[in-house]
Design a protein. Sequence first.
Length: 186
Amino acid sequence: MRETEILLREHVKNLGRCGDIVKVAPGYARNYLIPNKIGIEANEDNKKAMERRRVRLDAEEAALLAEIDARLTAFAKLELKSVQRCDDHGHLYGSVNALAIVGMMGEAGHEISEKSVRLERPIKSVGSHQVTIHLHAERSGEVSVIVEGENGMTEVVQPKKAEPKPEAVEVEEQEIEVPDEASIDA
């Protein structure tokens, strides 16, 4: 099967970056890349035009990455605090989810989208938690989220376990002398 050379006009995940010349199946190029203006035919005129465009895009991307790195540095210094209802052991009745973290970030002056917050599962206990914030491609940072209970709890208290029952002690068998009835009567 023959392949077609396409010059990418945008970054395409798992294929290439803007300005790269990639070889793809003819149907993929004809039915998806070219109609959606993601790629163009790789001829000499298009290559020269893309080189000029790529220089401008590289400068814009460098400025964007510098801005993102500055935001991530600010995130590293940030501590978000939330006060929630909890039980005596520090387990929350509700949870702190991605939307709540976006709201706390907005209050701190940092606007992010809910998709940027990477939580495996919502936070359901008091204490300090590290939450990953994904901003761009491979760039992400962590924010410290401190959850306190309304009753002043700041740490999870492990419930006391019941005292373990003492193990049975093995006693050696001993022979006990039982007096005869005759000696008892005397």
